[in-house]
Design a protein around this ligand. Structure first.
Ligand code: PAF
Length: 283
């Protein structure tokens, strides 16, 4: 496995690998866990024996709307390199923020529809920062394919829109959410939960499963969301940011009940903001 710390190193390491087969990119912010490992293994399968798997590890300051959240974000670079190696990654790109962004950067990326709701409504500028860094990574790596987890469902939908609207010739793949045995979705933020909140957090998954059953039984979206909010808000120290039932493709209100729906939620467990979601259908 090779490690590139600069854009120049990345370009020269990638040049001889391109002709061999697909180049599959897995962008990450580090603090890699089993969820990331499953994305990396999926990338390895997609690239095949001849292709190249590239993982980027870059804690992107531009997508944090809260300085405290950025400062508290875990960073485990040595362990991350081990995870990459064990998942068959060929090349890791690990730039510094100063190297990624010029001091006088004046370009921004704006998605004006899907990013106005859900997390976009409570995290101003977050998705603009995600689009900016992912667009830069796409330009630098020029992969054939890229893989993103469905835990960040809205992020994936926005990046699909970016690729479509900007004619970026890259195929995006969504990977299923990886969970702990008790149902909590894996997240780099889970290590910051207090023991009490860690014990309580599987209630998120239980409330989503109950929502799925209620939606299939024909319950009204408003009632389903209210039940999820009530369950989670009853936990001491928990504040629900949002729990919304939307069209899974448009992230807007459900206009056609035959289409796939999505219940997405974000909740603060103390100082830690957790997100999760579940796809729903009426049958
Ligand atoms: O999902 C993440 O970890 C980040 O938002 C991403 C896609 C790596 C961009 O920084």
């Amino acid at each position: 496995m090779q490690t590139a710390y600069t854009k120049e190193e990345l370009r020269s390491m990638l040049a001889p690998l391109r002709a061999r087969g697909p180049v599959v990119l897995v962008p990450t912010m580090g603090a890699l866990h089993e969820g990331h490992a499953s994305l990396l293994r999926q990338a390895r399968r997609l690239a095949g024996a001849e292709g190249t798997v590239v993982a980027s590890i870059f804690l992107n300051p531009v997508q944090f709307d809260n300085a405290g959240d950025l400062a508290a974000y875990p960073q485990t670079p040595r362990q991350d390199l081990h995870v990459c190696e064990s998942c068959g990654v060929d090349l890791v790109f690990m730039p510094t923020p100063g190297h990624m962004y010029s001091k006088d950067r004046s370009m921004a990326m704006e998605e004006t529809c899907l990013s106005t709701v859900l997390c976009g409504a409570s995290r101003p500028g977050h998705f603009a920062g995600v689009c900016l860094v992912v667009c830069k990574l796409f330009n630098l790596v020029q992969p054939t394919d890229a893989i993103f987890g469905k835990k960040d469902y809205q992020q994936l939908a926005i990046l699909r829109r970016m690729v479509r609207d900007l004619d970026i010739p890259i195929t995006l793949h969504g990977a299923e959410i990886v969970r702990e045995a008790d149902g909590l979705a894996l997240s780099s933020r889970n290590v910051r939960l207090s023991p009490e909140h860690r014990a309580a957090a599987p209630a998120i998954r239980r409330s989503l499963l109950a929502a799925r059953a209620a939606y299939a039984a024909g319950d009204a979206p408003g009632d389903i969301c209210a039940a999820v909010k009530a369950t989670l808000s009853a936990i001491p120290g928990v504040r629900v940011d949002y729990a919304e039932l939307v069209d899974a493709a448009t992230l807007g209100p459900i206009s056609d009940e035959n289409r796939l729906a999505l219940l997405a939620l974000a909740a603060w467990f103390g100082e830690v903001r957790l997100i999760d979601n579940i796809e729903l259908s009426r049958s």
